[in-house]
Ligand binder design. Structure first.
Ligand code: TYM
Length: 332
């Protein structure tokens, strides 16, 4: 059976990168897979989060996912900390994965920066919790943006080492699904930097909560180069900002980068940006409106998430019981 697991951190609002790189693909995959979608609050606290903001962001991310089309009845949407099986398996994986593997994780290097000794232990062990998220459900496929590829390779290595160490064929090796023309959306201020929730400048990203006027303004101000749009896709290698904006257009219009290049070849950025803004507003405005509707009733969101957690636990708890037996824990 093919089962999908994927997650998103409630460290802020979702942005266009999260939507095009992940959430939109999740919604489409719901037709072909059994899906489990998780708001990973335990991952979020690997960096400091104000408690009241963490709660608010958790509900906001849930609302954005529901508004974007995640079907919480047919599939599962829940909050990570409401299923303790993730923490239980993460500890076991802390004892399977090697320090050398974690030392190679580029995300840890980026997030810890120069203050490595001062980073939380949780930030270092972050990938093991992510492996546990996926493997507590024996998920086979994991739809993510490009930036999560290295973490998924680690999850596969961990699954393989567990199977080898204990002489079992227990865990499947989960496959990443990196889909669409925008699996790596870049900052609107710097075409070499990933669009991210943590960028200081709000002009670097389009948030799922931005209204039409803000989306237009941010795209109008987006960094470009002085040339007209390129005639061929090959030129994009030297023109990161053009590549990024054309990639966003391609993803929003469900076409390809090549089609976007052909359509806007030789045009000035000003005309293209206007079309891009109209398209972004047309796609995001209905989601934005639906999100507001969900957020007006936080108790309803909490009820959906609680129901999701109880269905998630029903899948993970027999799997965790088997893992504990394999490892040699006496069952309570
Ligand atoms: P997070 O919260 O950073 O991002 C959520 C999803 O959005 C994708 N994404 C992007 N895609 C394209 N362009 C961008 N600029 C961009 N920024 C983010 C991410 O690739 C991701 O798919 N560690 C994960 C959360 C996680 C997880 C998991 C994912 C925890 N456990 C298990 C999959 C399976 C993270 O921090 O995602």
């Amino acid at each position: 059976m093919n089962r999908i697991f994927s997650g998103v951190q409630p460290t802020g609002n979702l942005h266009l990168g999260n939507y095009l790189g992940a959430v939109r693909n999740w919604v489409r995959l719901q037709n072909d897979y059994e899906c489990i979608f998780c708001i990973v609050d335990m991952h979020a606290i690997t960096l400091w989060q104000e408690p009241a903001e963490l709660k608010a962001h958790t509900r906001e991310v849930a609302a954005a996912m529901l508004a974007a089309g995640v079907d919480a009845k047919k599939h599962i949407l829940f909050v990570q900390s409401q299923n303790h099986d993730h923490a239980q398996l993460a500890w076991i994986f802390n004892c399977v994965a090697r320090i050398g593997w974690l030392n190679r994780m580029t995300q840890f290097k980026d997030k810890a920066g120069k203050h490595r000794e001062n980073a939380s232990v949780g930030l270092f062990a972050y990938p093991n919790l992510m492996s546990a998220d996926i493997l507590a459900y024996k998920a086979t496929h994991v739809p993510v943006g490009e930036d999560q590829k290295q973490h998924l390779e680690l999850a596969r290595d961990t699954a393989q080492k567990f199977n080898g160490d204990y002489g079992v064929e227990f865990f499947p090796l989960p496959e990443p699904l990196i889909l669409g023309a925008a699996s790596r959306v870049m900052s609107l201020r710097d075409g070499q930097k990933k669009m991210s929730k943590s960028d200081e400048s709000d002009y670097s990203r389009i948030n799922m909560t931005d209204d039409a006027a803000t989306i237009e303004l941010k795209l109008r101000k987006a960094k470009t180069d002085p040339l007209p749009l390129p005639e061929t896709a090959a030129e994009l290698a030297q023109r990161p900002e053009a590549a990024n904006l054309l990639g966003i257009w391609a993803a929003l219009s469900d076409s390809t980068l090549e089609a976007a290049v052909a359509r806007f070849a030789g045009q000035p950025f000003s005309a293209f940006k206007k079309e891009l803004a109209d398209l972004a507003v047309a796609v995001l405005a209905p989601i934005n409106a639906e999100m507001k509707r969900y957020l007006a009733d936080p108790a309803e969101i909490d009820a959906i998430l609680r129901d999701g957690a109880s269905r998630a636990r029903a899948i993970s708890s027999p799997i965790i019981a088997q893992i504990e037996d394999i490892v040699g824990f006496l069952r309570a």
